[in-house]
Write a protein that binds this ligand. Structure first.
Ligand SMILES: C[S@@+](CC[C@H](N)C(=O)[O-])C[C@H]1O[C@@H](n2cnc3c(N)ncnc32)[C@H](O)[C@@H]1O
Length: 266
């Protein structure tokens, strides 16, 4: 995985939308007793959830030693949470099973730093095995619908607004990895990352939106799981930023999304 040049900035950036991320708690079923948080980083989301649900047991796993060390430093006497440096797959050899498994801003990294879609399918398939019967996988990530790739609505005006001189180097880099920016989906993808200039060389290569809602539907159908909830939305902070930075109209802004939630039950 390409080096993160400034770990503190990376963690700070991830923790900023914490309140937004904590909304995933709405999708826990009433009788949830155990939660596995996959790709927990320094545990910010896991710990906040553990505080919100003191009678639920949380396990956070991540591949990154430094993040897991930081997470362990923050546990501070909480009895209902622990962190492990572990591959998801290694959990299959253990007997512990879970009522909910979270993938919060993680599956696009499995895709980009693993083997593409096969890493996502394997992760969800492993997660299914780690669930108790009736348990749920909850995904929160940047997810778009396939129709975003076909839509041409307002595209010409939107491209004019995006093509600002000072963004040209970033647009060129982006197009090197993802091809010409010529659809609402590609503009949406760029809008999700142009602000990460400080870690740009790492960020530009990462596919933020590799798996569409439709593809997740197909994966869960194969896994014999029922998708019980799906939502696509835009966090207000980003909507305002895009409006300020590019002067998009409300109609134009409606073309873009930042966040997808999918809940699927075993
Ligand atoms: C963008 S961060 C998200 C952290 C946290 N879930 C949040 O929402 O704030 C992605 C995390 O996934 C971890 N990660 C990436 N690929 C992974 C894998 N295959 N297994 C476990 N963790 C992984 C990274 O180390 C990183 O800490």
């Amino acid at each position: 995985m390409e080096q993160i040049t400034d770990i503190n900035r990376y963690l700070d950036r991830m923790s900023k939308p914490l309140q937004e991320k904590l909304k995933i708690a709405k999708y826990f079923s009433k009788d949830v007793k155990s939660v596995l948080d996959v790709g927990c980083a320094d545990g910010t989301v896991t710990l906040a959830l553990a505080d919100m649900f003191p009678t639920v047991n949380f396990v956070g796993i991540d591949l990154d030693d430094d993040f897991v060390d930081l997470a362990n430093e923050k546990v501070a006497g909480r009895a209902n949470v622990r962190f492990e440096k572990r591959y998801l797959r290694d959990k299959l050899a253990e007997t512990e099973r879970y009522d909910a498994i979270l993938f919060c801003s993680v599956l696009h990294e499995f895709f980009s730093y693993g083997e593409g879609i096969s890493s996502v399918v394997k992760a969800l398939s492993d997660a299914r095995e780690l669930l108790n019967m009736g348990g749920e996988i909850i995904i929160r990530d940047m997810i778009l619908y396939e129709y975003a790739d076909k839509s041409q609505l307002w595209l010409t005006d939107i491209l004019k607004k995006i093509s600002r001189e000072e963004l040209k180097p970033q647009i060129d880099d982006f197009e090197k990895y993802f091809g010409k920016m010529n659809s609402i989906k590609s503009v949406n993808h760029f809008l999700l990352k142009y602000m990460y200039a400080d870690n740009w060389q790492r960020e530009v290569k990462e596919n933020y939106v590799p798996v569409s809602f439709e593809t997740y539907d197909r994966i869960f159908e194969l896994l014999d799981m029922q998708v019980s909830f799906q939502r696509s939305s835009t966090i207000p902070y980003l909507k305002n930023k895009w409006k300020e930075d590019f002067g998009f109209s409300d109609d134009e802004l409606e073309s873009f999304r930042s966040t997808g939630i999918i809940v699927a039950a075993k």
